[in-house]
Write a protein that binds this ligand. Structure first.
Ligand code: PGA
Length: 256
């Protein structure tokens, strides 16, 4: 029975360690690509940046090098990019994706989409609309990979983001700038804004896997699981997704 007081619960899988979780997701992605290839279809992946997916990307590269998978028919859409941000800035998510994944696999450049952080301000609105349309033109995202911020953000959908939000320019919380300043020489270099897929864009993906590790994520994960679906904890909107799972290491899961 379901009514407005009943909160669906997101399934959680806890692994012995985060490498095991990342390997599991890598294997799942490879299987998805193989199935789609066999059906003559493209695989559309939603990708994340940050520390969380680094091991996953290393595993995917390994599987490519071992000849298990080809990314020739894979299309990717990244969640977000800072604004303003040049693509060759080592703090940019363009740079991250190139170095952590794209340069090491046989994916076609034209199939890799990372929101552009170097557009003039007046072009951002139409560009965000284009990003949404581009995702739809491929029939939507088959599998979206997510991390979670310590403030509950998914992508750069900071607290206050609505369930209906789509790709747009957003302001970053000071806490987010501080946490992410390790990717820059100085916090002054961390942009105050970003372009991010919206919560709705993420919810529209056919399947979602949120990866999280470490005790820094334990508190917010407990809040997500306890929270009704509220914009103060954007990740809690994932309760609305029928095919979403959290894959965690034991420390991230320690308060659940
Ligand atoms: P992290 O960031 O993977 O570096 O912990 C996750 C996020 O902010 O979404």
């Amino acid at each position: 029975m379901s009514d407005s007081n009943t909160r669906p619960t997101i399934p959680i899988q806890i692994f012995e360690n985060f490498t095991d979780a990342s390997q599991f997701v890598a294997q799942k992605i490879v299987r998805l690509i193989q199935q789609k290839d066999a059906a003559g279809e493209k695989t559309v992946l939603g990708l994340a940046t940050g520390n969380t997916p680094r091991t996953l990307y290393r595993e995917l590269i390994k599987k490519y090098q071992q000849g298990e998978v080809s990314f020739k028919n894979v299309v990717t859409f990244n969640l977000d990019e800072y604004y303003p941000m040049q693509t060759d800035n080592p703090g940019s998510y363009h740079y991250f994706m190139k170095h952590e994944l794209f340069d090491h696999i046989d994916i076609k450049c034209e199939n890799c989409h990372v929101p552009k952080g170097d557009l003039p301000w007046e072009k951002i609105g139409p560009y965000c609309d284009w990003y949404e349309e581009k995702i739809k033109s491929y029939g939507g995202i088959d599998l979206q990979i997510l991390g979670i911020g310590q403030n509950g953000h998914i992508g750069f959908n900071e607290p206050g983001s609505t369930k209906e939000s789509i790709t747009r320019l957003v302001n970053l919380e000071e806490q987010t700038r501080l946490v992410n300043s390790s990717e820059f020489e100085h916090i002054d270099q961390v942009p105050y804004q970003a372009i991010t897929m919206g919560v709705q864009t993420i919810l529209d993906a056919h399947e979602v896997i949120l990866l999280a590790n470490g005790e820094k994520k334990a508190k917010i994960l407990a809040e997500v699981m306890a929270n009704r679906m509220e914009s103060s904890v954007p990740a809690s909107f994932l309760h609305h997704h029928p095919r979403c799972i959290f894959m965690l290491d034991p420390t991230a899961a320690s308060l659940l």
